[in-house]
Design a binder for this molecule. Structure first.
Ligand code: UDX
Length: 433
């Protein structure tokens, strides 16, 4: 099949590459000339394991190409995928200006039947708007619109796409349903064909539910601390119930990233439009905002004043295997520590450049964990990178000045951490002092 993907951000690029990997001819379109030139040379603008190799391989095999010219991508396409950004407005509402601009351009250039798919996460009803715009600017009804939400996670996006657990296809015509089912067949997955509105809702409901699971376990963690219980065992015990499942029950410093924070706010906004007050989801966000500051609270309780303290932050990205810092708790934490007059150093194996742009200038950022740990009075673990999880705690115990550890990701078992006489505070587990 010939596929045109518009927008080479996370979702667009990964989907385009994976559709070419399963045997389609894919053209990725983006307005950013520099980005397109780099992609043609196999230079990928984001850090995502396995992505660059697949870009190079499929470009070489002639199944994947990049262009800034929309018509070059869409003229021969059977399927056009819209995967442009939907940033968050001040109100929490998704900003649809890029989706609408693309719909208009597709309309202006339509030259035969196409299935026009929205992959960007958009409010319920947006596909109707896309349909209106394409019809208006093409003066034709020779197309179908569809919603095909994406569930990939950053850091494992290629794996998640190639091994997708389900393909959700929201359509209003049988023909479009058939085309998109055929496109997804090689993924060997469960294909669910539904209405457009239902598909749009599945995406928001899924992300809101996962965010709820995280805030729920973080609340349980706070209570566990009061009763000297261990949240990791509580989560394990809960997870043994097949109805609950063990995934997304890791207590920590809250969720970040480009999806959960944005989509939860957008769903509250969408609910408000139909006069529903989504109280549960409001609490999920409130708990998450509090949770991002939990290590600051713990450090304040332990030390009172943090002014002049040498603090090492281990991990800055919102989760491992990505350089993405969007809505990362590390931003909230670094800002506050600098404000309090602490001397802050930050380590991240990948996100150094991104971190430099978003963290206060005073934070010394390094890709060398040893350097970051030098002279630390306090260590705060913010991202569970393998490098951090493999840290040999005996080396810290051997230091003249033993640092106090605040582990926001429960990277070490209490048995292991307890062997070295270190002061170790984690989330939802008894402190070792
Ligand atoms: C998420 C969804 O998983 C994905 O399906 C959707 O398409 C986009 O949003 P992503 O944001 O890439 O993906 O990362 P994810 O692995 O889901 O983690 C999100 C955040 O939740 C991270 O900050 C992570 O640290 C946190 N998290 C996750 C927890 O705190 N505890 C958990 O148990 C799981």
């Amino acid at each position: 099949m010939n596929v045109c993907v518009i927008g080479t951000g996370y979702v667009g690029l990964v989907s385009g590459v994976c559709f070419s990997e399963i045997g389609n001819n894919v053209t990725c379109v983006d307005l950013d000339e520099n980005k397109i030139n780099n992609l043609r040379k196999g230079i990928v603008p984001i850090y995502e394991p396995g992505l660059e190799d697949l870009v190079i391989k499929n470009t070489k095999e002639g199944k994947l190409s990049f262009t800034t010219r929309l018509t070059e991508g869409m003229d021969n396409a059977d399927v056009i995928i819209i995967a442009v950004g939907t940033p968050e407005k001040e109100t929490g509402e998704a900003d649809l200006q890029y989706v609408e601009a693309v719909a208009k351009s597709i309309g202006e250039n339509l030259n035969g039947y196409k299935v026009i798919v929205t992959k960007s996460t958009v409010p319920v009803g947006t596909n109707r708007r896309v349909k209106e715009l394409v019809a208006k600017y093409s003066g034709s009804g020779n197309f179908d619109v569809a919603s095909n939400p994406e569930f990939l996670r950053e850091g494992s996006a290629i794996h998640d796409t190639m091994n997708m657990e389900r393909a959700i296809i929201g359509v209003e015509s049988e023909k479009a349903g058939q085309v998109l089912s055929e496109l997804h067949q090689p993924f060997n997955t469960t294909i669910m064909v539904t209405t457009i509105e239902t598909a749009e809702m599945i995406k928001y409901a899924s992300n809101a539910f996962l965010a709820t699971k995280i805030s729920f376990i973080n609340e349980i963690a706070t209570i566990c601390e009061k009763f000297n219980a261990d949240v990791t065992d509580v989560a394990k015990g809960m997870g043994l119930d097949g109805r609950i499942g063990s995934k997304f029950l890791n207590a920590g410093i809250g969720y970040g990233g480009s999806c959960f924070p944005k989509d939860t706010k957008a769903l509250i906004q969408i609910s408000g439009e139909v006069e529903h007050d989504f109280q549960l989801l409001k609490s999920v966000i409130e708990v998450n905002n509090k949770q991002q500051r939990v290590l600051l609270e713990k450090a304040k309780e332990r030390f009172g004043n943090l002014s002049g303290k040498n603090i090492a932050l281990l991990g800055l990205a919102f989760k491992p295997n990505t350089d993405d810092m969007r809505e990362s708790a590390s931003i909230v934490i670094a800002d506050e520590l600098v404000k309090q007059g602490a001397k802050v150093k930050g380590f991240d194996p990948i996100a150094k450049e991104t971190a430099r742009r978003v963290l206060p200038q005073q934070v010394e950022i390094s890709e060398d964990m040893e350097k970051t740990l030098e002279g630390a009075d306090i260590i705060m673990i913010l991202t569970d990178w393998d490098e951090v999880k493999n840290l040999d705690l005996s080396t810290l115990a051997g230091k003249q000045k033993k640092p106090v550890i605040f582990d926001g990701r429960n990277c070490f078992s209490l048995d292991y951490a307890g062997q070295f006489g270190l002061e170790y505070h984690s989330i939802g587990r008894p402190s070792l002092v």
